[in-house]
Write a protein that binds this ligand. Structure first.
Ligand code: URA
Length: 268
């Protein structure tokens, strides 16, 4: 059998393994097709020519971030309902993550709920289902809030949760969102919270806390009420962290009790 090549590189078993590891490192952790394709068995084809990107003129503005933020702000502020906002955010092309994600993930739970949970970004399961917090961390989140009588599928707004994320698209390999990705997503998050009108916001983990109040260090900030998005907000440790550090559940329980007490106080 002839030696297989990939872009001019002899593809022996070691090279093939190195290529696979590189792809995993870049975040390609899921095959895009349902069935594997034996590419050694395909009829020979001329390699497609890949167009080169035009050179950037010296002095040209290489950073279009301000323009992308301005576009996100215009789209978000024009949306008058949550449905319109979801459509506007999904249509926004100023975030590269959109190209690699399977499904847009806007929100779950009950609009009008008194408590809104702001998470970080969809993971693998959320990317498949198009709903936030439906993987292992989401199941723990449901149990945590269930313990204080709140649920995303509660029939009445008093006991309901509304859940969204800072990012609507999954970062590859579940890497942390970049500052630029957060900056272009924030106009949608602000409008989202304005339209959902919760009494209280839970900032779930470091990314949500940083996006909301510009500070990191969730282990110091957790449990301390802050003002964010024009309402009281409580930073909490992320359920994914609690899955890895079960001892931290004690403090998370104290934070849940603080949330419950604050809700009670606002009701009277
Ligand atoms: N982690 C998050 O922050 N959000 C999700 O939707 C899932 C996991």
């Amino acid at each position: 059998m002839d030696q297989a090549t990939y872009q001019g590189i002899a593809l022996d078993a070691h090279t093939a393994l190195a290529l696979l590891e590189w792809q995993l490192e870049m975040g390609a952790d899921t095959p895009l097709l349902d069935d594997p394709v034996d590419r050694f068995d395909l009829p020979a084809q001329a390699a497609p020519s890949i167009p080169m990107a035009p050179p950037v003129a010296a002095g040209a503005d290489q950073d279009d971030l301000p323009a992308r933020i301005a576009e996100a702000e215009a789209l978000a502020s024009a949306a008058d309902t949550l449905d319109a906002l979801a459509a506007a955010q999904e249509s926004f092309d100023g975030i590269e993550l959109k190209k690699g994600a399977r499904r847009f993930c806007f929100a779950d739970g009950r609009a009008g709920a008194r408590v809104l949970i702001l998470g970080e970004a969809p993971g693998d399961e959320e990317d498949r289902q198009g709903r936030p917090f439906v993987g292992r961390a989401g199941q723990l989140l449901d149990r945590m809030f269930g313990a204080i009588g709140l649920a995303r599928d509660a029939a009445d707004v008093e006991h309901a949760l509304y859940i969204t994320n800072v990012l609507g698209w999954r970062p590859p390999g579940n890497r942390d969102p970049s500052p630029d990705e957060i900056a272009v997503s924030l106009p949608f998050v602000r409008r989202h919270i304005q339209l959902a009108q919760p009494d209280l916001v839970v900032l779930m983990g470091n990314v949500a806390t940083q996006a909301a109040i510009g500070r990191r260090g969730i282990l110091r900030l957790r449990g301390q009420w802050v003002q964010a998005f024009d309402r009281p907000a409580l930073p909490m440790t992320h359920p994914a962290y609690l899955l890895r550090n079960p001892a931290a559940k004690r403090e998370a329980w104290a934070d849940l009790l603080s949330l419950s007490a604050r809700l009670e106080a606002l009701s009277v």
